[in-house]
Design a protein around this ligand. Structure first.
Ligand SMILES: Nc1ncnc2c1ncn2[C@@H]1O[C@H](COP(=O)(O)OP(=O)(O)OP(=O)(O)O)[C@@H](O)[C@H]1O
Length: 310
């Protein structure tokens, strides 16, 4: 069984002439989770992934997979699988034929061909020419190629680009299952909604710089979130919430609870046996915070310049 590896960027920068495509990127990606690499077009995601995979050299800094640079890995195809683009298949070759070429080149047992085709749901079309494949089928074939060596690390650049909702849902579940097996899954996207629903952890990059690193639930700072909740027995509800350690504020529409999300407040009410008449989240939307972070209007506390402590 493949084991996930930690991925690390240590002060990675890449310049293309006057353009700083990646600017002093330091980040750590853990196994056992799907990590989203989110940023607008041109933010530097693809360049960062290419540096990690040894396809382009960094101007400075170091990117490692399990502590090693890609080029120093003893078994690269068994360590990391990548899908960077989906259009590079020879149209006249079958799906199985493609995997055969990759398996032979990588010294991977040919029995993996049928196994990976089965994994990605292409077993029935193994002998069909790729020229007639839909975009979704090509994405699946790209994934099958990446999985041939049963790697513990998967790196995918915009895997849901151009897919229909069913294809997006399939990839999302597939990646979550791979992470649940303990693999490291890093997936880039410029689509906020996509990442928001499908990743456990998040890196946000803008103009080559990291502007957020952490759990998806912490993107909106907890102290900006409030929950407004109400019950026929408002006094009992207030007592239960305050008993759980949260302060409440009386509003016309109910009690405002700072620093607690709807799930937390709902749980408190349920365990106190209080039926709710309203439960509503208040505070900035994830998208609003994301746009502020990438435009620089907002700086996440962890990335704020150090304050003068005098
Ligand atoms: N080979 C190259 N030569 C010159 N400039 C480049 C090269 N590759 C990338 N760039 C520039 O570096 C910056 C970052 O590009 P990159 O492709 O890494 O961004 P991205 O976040 O992956 O964007 P997208 O979502 O559009 O793919 C852009 O300004 C891009 O034009």
């Amino acid at each position: 069984m493949a084991t996930g590896e930690v991925l690390e960027f240590h002060g990675v920068s890449k310049r293309f002439g006057a353009v700083a495509a990646v600017d002093d990127l330091t980040a750590r990606i853990e196994p056992g989770a799907v990590t989203g690499f989110l940023g607008p077009n041109g933010a530097g995601k693809t360049t960062s992934l290419r540096i990690l995979l040894g396809l382009v050299g960094a101007t400075s800094g170091l990117a490692t997979i399990g502590g090693e640079r890609y080029r120093d890995l003893r078994h690269p195809l068994r360590t990391v699988g990548a899908v960077l683009e989906s259009s590079s298949f020879h149209p006249g070759r079958s799906a199985a034929g493609h995997l055969r070429v990759s398996a032979l080149a990588g010294g991977i047992p040919l029995t993996r061909i049928d196994e990976t085709l089965g994994l990605v749901g292409l077993a029935d079309v193994a002998g069909r020419k790729v020229g007639g494949f839909s975009l979704g089928m090509r994405q699946r074939l790209g994934l099958a190629t990446a999985l041939l060596g049963d790697p513990g690390v998967l790196v995918l650049d915009e895997p849901t680009n151009g897919l229909d909702p069913e294809g997006i849902r399939w990839i999302r579940r597939f990646l979550q299952a791979l992470a649940a097996e303990g693999r490291t899954v890093l997936v880039s996207s410029h689509l906020l909604a996509e990442v928001q629903q499908s990743v456990d952890s998040l890196l946000i990059i803008a103009h080559g710089r990291l502007v957020y690193e952490g759990g998806i639930e912490s993107v909106v700072p907890a102290d900006e979130i409030a929950t407004v909740v109400d019950a026929d027995d408002r006094d009992a509800l207030r007592a239960a919430i305050e008993g759980a350690g949260y302060a409440t504020d009386e509003r016309r529409t109910g009690l405002a609870v700072r620093g607690a999300d709807t799930a937390a407040v709902g749980r408190i009410a349920a365990s106190a046996g209080i039926p709710l008449t309203a439960l509503q989240r208040k505070g900035p939307a994830f998208e609003e915070v994301f746009l502020d972070l990438v435009s620089g209007v907002r700086v996440h506390p962890a990335f704020a310049p150090e304050e003068d402590s005098r």
